[in-house]
Design a protein around this ligand. Structure first.
Ligand code: HEC
Ligand code: HEC
Ligand code: HEC
Ligand code: HEC
Ligand code: HEC
Length: 387
């Protein structure tokens, strides 16, 4: 007895369908709550024909140019990262520096690594492409033009969720820090990562957009918004220096543990001789730097010390850690970190020796602790004559 050909074909198609449904990733897999909420864009029948971020430029030129100038694009080719990862022989570095789409593993989950388009680092697909629905997620609203757009956009509130940034950016607790600040509390003062790092812009066609330049540690102008710096007289030969984290939505300096901010003194004698002294360093030291201690471990803590200004005499320092007005007793996973939490201040009372004539106080930001003053960003400066 021969089986009719039509039956064999039907069985084959059925088996094929079963296989497809069996292997197709389901929204609920790997803790992907996001997938369950996504609208399946049933009207899309074609797969996305766009294979690289460069293909987005044709229609999203402004966004593309912003992203091109960002450290997101640099993430893989960045010489600093190449050096520290041994040219990515350390494969643990790949998932965040050369990622596949976040939506593949799910919102809040670490992405998988990709192997292609290395010069695109954290590319458009990383944040926008939902491979399950074969769509680009945007905040919307999408216009009628979206229907025929090759990127197949779907409006979803999930693209604006801070869990999009967290899998990569909470490595050094930036997200956890932010969650404990007043910026994260509902109300008029609410500001999330994007309000500061993807500020609102108006596109050439008048539509509302978000800058993709992602300013951070490599943008001097942006860095200057992080802290306020004020110096006032507090008696004879005495200055009161206040540094406040007034503009950062998390600890300052943030994230990367090799960032450092330094309060430096240049003291000049009557004969013109200049001496230099570092008064304080703000930084989250690496674990192996066990000799580094945080002398101001709790809000309200103080310390006093005397330091020698070379050739001029003793400088008396009184340091005070001023609590933040919002949630002053925040949890800190790094007790030896001297970073300044959001809203907190550090106050230094400095009493200068007789020999010091001129004082210059400088507040520097360094992307790594050994960076020279010339390569560092001068955030704030104050000069005065003590006589
Ligand atoms: C897939 C991982 C990943 C995701 C998701 C991600 N980032 Fe990043 N981001 C990085 C990496 C890696 C760098 C650093 C690249 C470099 O400097 O080589 C970076 C750098 C940055 C910087 C610092 C730029 C600088 O010059 O100092 C900011 C700000 C930033 N990201 C904001 C965000 C925000 C906001 C989100 C969420 C909307 C986000 N990122 C999502 C991986 C990611
Ligand atoms: C969990 C995600 C993640 C992993 C894994 C990761 N990074 Fe990063 N890396 C980031 C993010 C996010 C930034 C941006 C934050 C910042 O600049 O402070 C960054 C920034 C950097 C920077 C600073 C770049 C610059 O120009 O300032 C270097 C260097 C770096 N990473 C090296 C590495 C190396 C080496 C590895 C592997 C040992 C690695 N990273 C693994 C997320 C990650
Ligand atoms: C041929 C033109 C074209 C190309 C190429 C293109 N797009 Fe689009 N894209 C559009 C149009 C048109 C819309 C709808 C705009 C609207 O609704 O106002 C859109 C919308 C979007 C949205 C939604 C914006 C929002 O606010 O909801 C995202 C995200 C997006 N595109 C990402 C991409 C990415 C990423 C690429 C490259 C992989 C890409 N697009 C390539 C034309 C294009
Ligand atoms: C109120 C504004 C504000 C908010 C909210 C905010 N940031 Fe920042 N962020 C800053 C400023 C200012 C700097 C520069 C000073 C510094 O590095 O601490 C910065 C620096 C950074 C850097 C660069 C660190 C480095 O070493 O390269 C990263 C990455 C970053 N923020 C990520 C985030 C993430 C992720 C969120 C949300 C969880 C967030 N920021 C929320 C203002 C903000
Ligand atoms: C680090 C994550 C990230 C990367 C990388 C990224 N985007 Fe976005 N994109 C977002 C977020 C977040 C929004 C804003 C959502 C909102 O409005 O709340 C957005 C908004 C958009 C919009 C609509 C608003 C606007 O600014 O015009 C378009 C179009 C878009 N992205 C395209 C792209 C393209 C093209 C690339 C690559 C060149 C890209 N994005 C790379 C996260 C990202």
């Amino acid at each position: 007895m021969t089986i009719p050909r039509i039956v064999i074909m039907a069985a084959a198609i059925l088996a094929g369908l079963l296989l497809v449904f069996h292997v197709a990733p389901k929204g609920g897999d790997s803790g992907n709550q996001a997938g369950e909420n996504l609208r399946a864009p049933s009207e899309w029948t074609r797969p996305i024909g766009l294979s690289s971020s460069a293909a987005c430029r044709e229609c999203h030129a402004e966004v593309y140019d912003e992203w091109s100038a960002s450290h997101h694009r640099l993430a893989y080719v960045n010489p600093e990262v190449q050096r520290l990862s041994n040219g990515f022989q350390d494969r643990d570095c790949l998932p965040c520096h050369l990622p596949r789409p976040i939506w593949e593993t799910g919102l809040g989950e670490r992405p998988l690594e990709r192997a292609t388009q290395t010069s695109d680092g954290v590319d458009c697909f990383t944040c926008h492409h939902d491979p399950h629905g074969n769509t680009m997620l945007g905040a919307g609203p999408v216009s009628a033009a979206a229907k025929s757009a090759p990127c197949q956009p779907t409006a979803s509130a999930l693209i604006s969720d801070m869990r999009l940034c967290a899998p990569c950016h909470n490595q050094h607790k930036t997200h956890d820090d932010w969650a404990q600040t007043e910026y994260a509390a509902a109300g008029p003062g609410y500001r999330d990562c994007n309000d500061c790092h993807m500020p609102k812009v108006t596109r050439r066609d008048g539509s509302a957009g978000r800058s993709h330049r992602a300013p951070g540690a490599h943008d001097a102008e942006f860095l200057r918004t992080a802290t306020t710096f004020s110096v006032e007289s507090a008696g004879p030969r005495t200055l009161l220096v206040t540094i406040r984290n007034a503009g950062t939505g998390h600890h300052f300096p943030a994230d990367e543990r090799h960032r450092a901010a330094d309060l430096e003194l240049l003291a000049t004698r009557a004969d013109g001789e200049v001496a230099r002294l570092r008064i304080a360093r703000f930084r989250n030291p690496y674990r192996q730097e066990f000799e580094l201690r945080n002398p101001l471990r709790t809000p309200g803590a103080t310390y006093e010390e005397t330091r020698e200004i070379e050739g001029q005499g003793a400088l008396a320092i009184l340091a005070l850690r001023v609590a933040a007005s919002f949630q002053p007793d925040r949890k800190n996973p790094y007790p030896e970190s001297t970073q300044i939490p959001a809203g907190e201040a550090r106050v230094y009372t400095l009493r200068f020796p007789e020999a010091t004539r001129e004082v210059c106080l400088r507040f520097y930001y360094r992307t790594q602790p050994f960076q020279s003053d010339d390569d560092a960003v001068l955030l704030h400066e104050f000069r005065t004559n003590l006589d």
